[in-house]
Each structure stands twice: as structure tokens, then as C-alpha cells.
Design a protein around this ligand. Structure first.
Ligand SMILES: Nc1nc2c(c(=O)[nH]1)N[C@H]1C(S)=C(S)[C@@H](COP(=O)(O)O)O[C@H]1N2
Ligand SMILES: [Mo]
Length: 199
């Protein structure tokens, strides 16, 4: 671990960083269902809800005033492209979660995004230290097509878990497959185990 304050996703320290069945690209493809939602930071809010002692809603100003981290990670898309060496800046999932008291019954984090999109994570996967609500990629603010103003990045799972245009997290006791998981993608999506599809 180099002491430069950057959180290195552990998969970036593997000798072979490309999971089975993946090919490298230096481009950054844009993939999502539907059209790019109009996001206005003056209207945008981030909501922490579900199994918490007391829910919380933050404005963009409140959200971006919180302490930020820098995460170095690789991207693995289930459509078989991987992009190495990404630098994300934003709020760690743990810092966001620490804003509320999560009840002990909570076992899952359901990520909510614009237009009703959701994706589900086990709370342990959500709270890994390399999981970040990103505002910037490689030093530049996220572009609208890549999820501005805020997207989640879950480096150790296929990129469909990395919801763009996020609007909040809901903590639940029961699992609730999200948009892509209900459309046939694997419930967890570990690229090293090729957990691509559920059927
Ligand atoms: N809100 C939202 N986020 C989403 C998606 C989506 O359809 N809606 N698609 C996911 C999928 S399948 C992928 S591969 C990545 C692509 O992110 P990118 O366009 O920044 O490469 O976004 C993920 N996040
Ligand atoms: Mo995807």
C-alpha cells in the first residue's frame, strides 16, 4: 500500500488484472437502459431510508460538503469489456452510511437511481472500503452519460451494480433484485467467478 491517500481496490493489485472472458479497452463505453435523465443539482437530493433509526435527506450542497476519498479501481462490464486504472473521487459508502444509525436487521443495501432504477447489494459488499459514491472520474466531474452528478462505483463486482444518477440508499432485511438482476443478470456479479447471468 503506497501512502498517497488513495484507496486501492484490491483487484488492482492482482498479478493478472483481467478476469476470465474479458477484453481490455482504453475507451469508456456508455451503457444503460433508457435515456439519460435530466439531473438538476439544485433539485437533487440523496435519501437514506429503510431500516435506519431515523431517515435522512441531503441536498447536493450538503452531500458534497462531506469528506471525500479517492479510489483507484478497474471496471469490468458483463458485456466483456474491462477498463483498468480508473481514479474516482467522492464519498465512501461507509461515510454516507455513518450519517444514520443502521438497524441490526438490515442485511441489504438497495441503491436507488433516477427513473426508478435500483440495484441490490449485500450490506457487506456495499460497505467495502473501495465502494464510492463518485462525483469525479480521472479528475473531471462525471459527465451526464456516465451518471452525473453522482454515481455509485462497486469495483469488485460487474459494473451494472455501479448505479448512475443515484438518489439514495435503502437498507432492508430482505433481498430485492434490482433492474438488471430482475432482467436475468446474476444477483451478485463477481467477475472473477464469472457470475454473469442467473439463467
Ligand atoms: N441508473 C442506471 N445505472 C446504471 C445502468 C442503468 O441502466 N441505469 N446500467 C448499468 C450498466 S449495465 C453498466 S455496464 C454501467 C455502465 O456505466 P458507464 O455507462 O459509465 O460505462 O452502468 C450501470 N449503471
Ligand atoms: Mo452492463
Amino acid at each position: 500500500m503506497k501512502d498517497d491517500g488513495v484507496i486501492r481496490s484490491p483487484d488492482t493489485e492482482r498479478e493478472n488484472r483481467v478476469p476470465p472472458g474479458q477484453s481490455l479497452t482504453s475507451q469508456w463505453p456508455v451503457l444503460h437502459y433508457g435515456s439519460i435523465p435530466k439531473m438538476d443539482t439544485a433539485e437533487w437530493t440523496f435519501t437514506l431510508s429503510g431500516l435506519v433509526a431515523s431517515g435522512k435527506v441531503l441536498s447536493y450542497q450538503e452531500f458534497t460538503a462531506l469528506e471525500q476519498v479517492v479510489v483507484f479501481s478497474d471496471i469490468h462490464c458483463v458485456t466483456r469489456w474491462s477498463r483498468l486504472d480508473n481514479l474516482w473521487q467522492g464519498l465512501s459508502s461507509r461515510a454516507v452510511t455513518d450519517l444514520v444509525k443502521v438497524l441490526s436487521q438490515a442485511k441489504f443495501a438497495i441503491i436507488h437511481a433516477a427513473g426508478g432504477f435500483t440495484t441490490n447489494l449485500k450490506i457487506d459488499d456495499f460497505l467495502q472500503p473501495d465502494v464510492v459514491f463518485a462525483l469525479k472520474h480521472d479528475g473531471q466531474p462525471l459527465s451526464p452519460e456516465h451518471g452525473a452528478p453522482v454515481r455509485l462505483v462497486v469495483p469488485r463486482l460487474y459494473f451494472w451494480k455501479s448505479a448512475k444518477w443515484v438518489t439514495g440508499v435503502e437498507f432492508t432485511a430482505d433481498d430485492r433484485p434490482g433492474f438488471w438482476e430482475s432482467a436475468g443478470y446474476h444477483n451478485r456479479g463477481d467477475p472473477w467467478k464469472e457470475e454473469r447471468y442467473s439463467r
